[in-house]
Write a protein that binds this ligand. Sequence first.
Ligand SMILES: [Zn+2]
Ligand SMILES: [Zn+2]
Length: 489
Amino acid sequence: MCQVTEEYHQDLEPERRSVSKKCVKCKEVLAVVVIRAGDKYCRDCFDQYFRHKFRAMLGKNRIIFPGEKVLLAVSGGPSSSSMLHQVQEGLSQSAHKRLRFLPGIIYVDEGGALGQSMEERLLTVAKMEDMFKATGFPCHILPLEQVLDITSSVLGPSSPQPASAYKAAVDHFIRNDVSTNVTSDKEVGTSQPYVLESKTHSLRQLMDSAKTLTAREDLISLLRQRVLVHTARCEGYSKVMLGDSCTRLAVKLLSSISQGRGAHLAQDTGFSDCRYGDIISVRPMRDYNAKEIAYYNHMFHVPSIFTPNLHTKSKEKSSLQHLTESFVNKLQVDFPSTVSTIYRTSEKLQTACKNSSSVDHCERCLLCMCSLDTAFEPASAFQATILSDHLSQNKSVGANSGFQRQNPGSCCKDTGQCCATTFEDRSCSYGQRLADATDLRRWLCYSCQLTVKDMSSVDVLPQCILSEAQRRQRRSRMRDEISDFLLDD
Ligand SMILES: [Zn+2]
Ligand SMILES: [Zn+2]
């Protein structure tokens, strides 16, 4: 369907061009930027259009309250840098409708996971620091290795806000005129080393344990998310702003589907994501495509810093995410509506926030924190996938289906299955690794199970994940022990 309209526009294009080169908004000044067929803007109108879109996205969703502390996740890339610029503009005294929240910036340095040298990493960090210093906002520059030091659970208590709360917060803000002046409290520059070598080593081990680039990429993003949420919680921020553009989200949507994350699409790509309970992530850049952002950054001199990622310089088919990205980009060249078509699909995927945040901790995936999508009746496509997976690996299906509790009594060497069901219970060495993986799998969503399957060892996962698994294991065992005395629901 989009093909037909595309051709139609292309036919019309030369004619239109000859008629007017003026801006579609003010109809006076010559247009300098064409966003899509028929959308030509002069410099001033483009600036207005761009700023308005950001304000409108926040205004429409009414999720960020006046006076609230918001952590901006900036990677240095064009989209998140542009987001930072929009927030700066929006907070300035001259802004038409001033933004009224209190921003802070966070940059998570992934250099350790990518195998960069300490010199390279410190150089990037210094550049980021300069960029952030210019904004005057408080900033937090943290290495990804920080995730290894987190001990608390990433899930917080959920606090759903009633619809009237926004209005009350606005009134309160106006009455008290909460100051938006911010001070800087940089974490870098203290005397202790930026990151311990042993931590980088552990992180490298974790990365090396993933056999595919797809799994590695998933792991990095999961770990980064944890650092963001943990820092937000410790520093008193209640929202995290992510710089995902609509191009980025279109790629994420398709790659998520191919990775079996269909059940989590709304949370992965929607405007707000409340999987962590008290800390809500928002994506205010989701209405902009990469081209608009590039134009804007160029025309208004918005600085951005290039940092390599996992698939920099790697082949197109090296990971699912990378392949999807080049697929979408190539399609976009010939069919310019590709990205917006995919994006509009993602907009329609909405789940009610309240329902998902009331889910019990144990019913959430240990890695991505989405609600578990693995509880299906025996005759489902999911169980069929597991069955064929087991058959193809030549395992005896009944003995260990991975999701039913294993029988600790039946062991071990004759069935080829391990009886050690827990982390502590390692008396049986046969097939120990298999047991670890199986054990974790119980608490993972389908997609994260695939990620863990691609890992050679789960022992290298951060302590916060392993201890949570142990806790759930103990609880579930205790529940089984006292099950005879429990009243049915
Ligand atoms: Zn104009
Ligand atoms: Zn998961």
